[in-house]
Design a protein around this ligand. Structure first.
Ligand code: GAP
Length: 432
């Protein structure tokens, strides 16, 4: 089988596992779906939260130079005029004159329609703005226009002055935000890779203009640390220096961090030098000073900005792709998710060896309660035989399975089985 087929097959296996085991379902599936939307099931939402909580801990809680915000998704339309999104946040759209399929001109070979195969069927591209437009309030006119935010970044820039006035932090400092972003992508595709509704985790890091390179390098290293923490191997992540003609309108330098997804090498996250583009625009359009007064001097300046921008779904897809593993146990194929323990949605599964022995069930319940109090993410599993339970837990990436047997009743020990090695050890309940 070619590499390409292998990759497609791996992607299909991941999508199927994600659905079967309650990680990710198609959005509005019961009504035939809604393109570019996905819903997270019980395990998916926990995995996603674990990723977001880890990010928040690493980049906000554990740092002295970071502040968090949570801004409204709907914002005054002036935000998107000032930021340049109303004028420039668009993709070139082409339509096939034969089958009427629409594509982003940059994503296909426009000499032949990918849907109907007709050659030279596309006219000139027209610019299609990707923001979802809506109206706020009961009046449907130009003054009530608003947009679902296409990036969380602007909620940070518009609160920069509030944070400075409340906390008066020294430069450099950063503001982080996590939350939904919306883009009316012309062709959403590849599972959760390109969707119309997704989540971002963004940092705007405010620096003295002449020191931007120092902070850019610091964040470049921190991005690599992040990739390691979420379990991506160094060989699977690549830096791409984005050439000037492909950079976003606000950026003077961008490095895309790409990952070897099963669908190919694609953007995982971005690191950009946004200069004073956003703060200067806010100052101009809102007519309010965005200057920062340096403590102990008469210096005033508009800080420049380094922006590491992470997509939650892309991180999740990279984590699932890295974790998806097949091996052979006792001559049988086994599928397991080798998730980092802190990201695994279930940390321990607890089972009585036999579910029709009340004394085993009672003891197992006791152990389950202890672990549940301690770790929270603990699952009770007494369905099928032990082998089947192990396979089920392997597939959802549970690092530890605990089994209570007749010896447990005598000596207060249990069997704990490791997901990756399948090794089983006898340990005392007290030290679990
Ligand atoms: N504030 C900068 C910004 O939004 P971007 O490169 O357009 O930059 C940042 O987006 C990240 O958001 C991407 O690297 C990706 O991880 C994620 N992202 C962007 N569009 C997405 C989409 N349609 N579906 C899923 N994730 C997306």
């Amino acid at each position: 089988m070619s590499d390409n087929n292998n990759s497609n097959e791996k992607m299909e296996l991941i999508v199927s596992l994600a659905k079967r085991r309650g990680f990710i379902y198609q959005g509005s599936e019961i009504y035939g779906g809604l393109s570019g939307t996905w819903d997270y099931g019980p395990l998916g939402v926990t995995l996603k939260r674990n990723i977001m909580n880890l990010w928040w801990k690493m980049f906000v809680d554990e740092r002295d130079d970071m502040y968090g915000v949570d801004a409204a998704i709907l914002m005054n339309q002036k935000v998107w005029q000032a930021s340049g999104h109303v004028d420039t946040f668009s993709d070139p759209l082409v339509e096939c004159s034969n089958c009427k399929s629409r594509f982003c001109a940059e994503k296909i070979d426009i000499s032949k329609c990918p849907t109907c195969g007709k050659e030279n069927s596309f006219g000139e591209p027209r610019q299609f703005n990707m923001m979802f437009k809506t109206h706020v309030g009961p009046v449907d006119d130009e003054s009530s226009v608003s947009y679902l935010r296409p990036e969380t970044a602007q909620g940070i820039f518009t609160n920069y002055k509030n944070v400075v006035d409340s906390f008066y932090p020294d430069l450099p400092f950063g503001i982080g935000q996590q939350g939904k972003a919306f883009r009316n992508e012309i062709s959403p595709r590849d599972f959760i890779f390109r969707t119309r509704e997704f989540e971002q985790m963004e940092i705007e890091y405010f620096v003295q203009p002449e020191k931007w390179e120092e902070s850019f390098e610091m964040w470049r290293k921190l991005v690599w640390d992040w990739c390691e923490v979420i379990g991506l191997s160094t060989e699977s992540v690549h830096e791409l220096e984005v050439p000037e003609n492909e950079r976003a309108h606000y950026s003077k330098r961008t490095i895309d961090f790409e990952f070897d997804f099963p669908i190919g090498r694609q953007e995982l996250l971005g690191l950009a030098y946004r200069t004073d583009f956003d703060l200067a625009n806010i100052q101009r359009v809102a007519g309010k000073s965005m200057e920062y007064s340096e403590k102990g001097t008469n210096n005033k300046l508009i800080p420049h900005v380094i922006e590491p921008s992470f997509g939650v779904e892309r991180a999740l897809m990279a984590i699932l792709s890295s974790a998806y593993t097949e091996d052979e146990v006792n001559g049988e194929k086994r599928v397991f998710l080798k998730l980092p323990e802190n990201l695994a949605p279930v940390k321990y599964a607890v089972s009585p060896l036999l579910k029709n022995k009340p004394e085993l069930v009672a003891k197992a319940r006791e152990v389950y309660e202890i672990l549940k109090k301690k770790y929270g993410a603990v699952m009770w599993d007494d369905n099928g035989n032990i082998g089947k339970r192990y396979r089920r837990q392997d597939e959802i990436g549970t690092p530890n399975c605990v089994v209570i047997d007749f010896d447990s009743l005598e000596d207060n020990t249990v069997t704990i089985r490791n997901r990756d090695t399948t090794e089983q050890k006898r340990v005392a309940i007290d030290i679990l």
